[in-house]
Design a protein around this ligand. Sequence first.
Ligand code: RIB
Length: 305
Amino acid sequence: MYSDIKAAVMGSINMDIILSASRLPEVGENVLGSEYSYACGGKGANQAIGLSRLGAETRMIGKVADDVNGNKLLENLVNNNVDISGISKEGTSTGLAAILIDGEGRNRIIVYESANAEIVPEEAASFITDDIDMLLVQFETREDAVIKCVNTAKEKGIITVVDCGPAKNFALEKMQGITIITPNENETEALTGIFPVDEETALRASEILFGRCSPEYVVLKLGVRGCSVFDGKSIHFLPSYPTEVRDTTAAGDSFTAALALEYKRSGDIMKASDFANRAGSIAVSRVGAQNSMPTAQELLNVQKN
Ligand code: RIB
């Protein structure tokens, strides 16, 4: 379905340490966990594997250190058919994320950026070659590297999809004319000052984002409520697909990968957003980041209820 699409992702590559407990500790409190695991993660690498699982030819651009975690992460990307020629091995340590999951599948994440923060803008942009159809970026690497890569892709006429995680205010004004910007609720608040609680606030926040970087589309990820699509004139809401929530980690990454690929394939933003909702619902029903990414067939199989 997507095998003729060539995608690139510039972003973070982290080893995730995942700890689950029925409830998370208050300040100064110690609670007993129910399980733990190590998993390959990082918003960039998750999205690269999301694209590859869906069938796209995918290149990852980023940085890891030459350490145990870095080597494991590279091996995992290769095993998932991701081209790692855009990843350099440098730096003191590989990125690390501590992910705490509560009894309702909600997470809290602390990321130690490490090698991800050492990506050199010009070096990263050099891997965005003319044969690439679309570029995905997030905000978990250096801001100047994100801006440089997005603007390089735009100059080459490549579709640019900006996932705004993790939540922070970012110089969106420096990447005008991107194709799709897609923040979640917290990221929307960090970028606009508005938490999208209802249709009116989603519209106001979308208008602000539109004004800041003139995208073709603003697609807000609204969690269990699904997503909204704003094209500069009107906003439309698409409901999520009901599922049992086990772990929300990387649901946004899965959403962004499916959104970007289906938009590139069909040029239909509503269809792409519906596919993104499907991908998100599959990802939250599975524990972990990269191993929760669906295949294209699984997206097609998702039922409304
Ligand atoms: O989006 C989920 C990811 O955020 C995790 O894999 C973790 O590495 C953090 O970057």
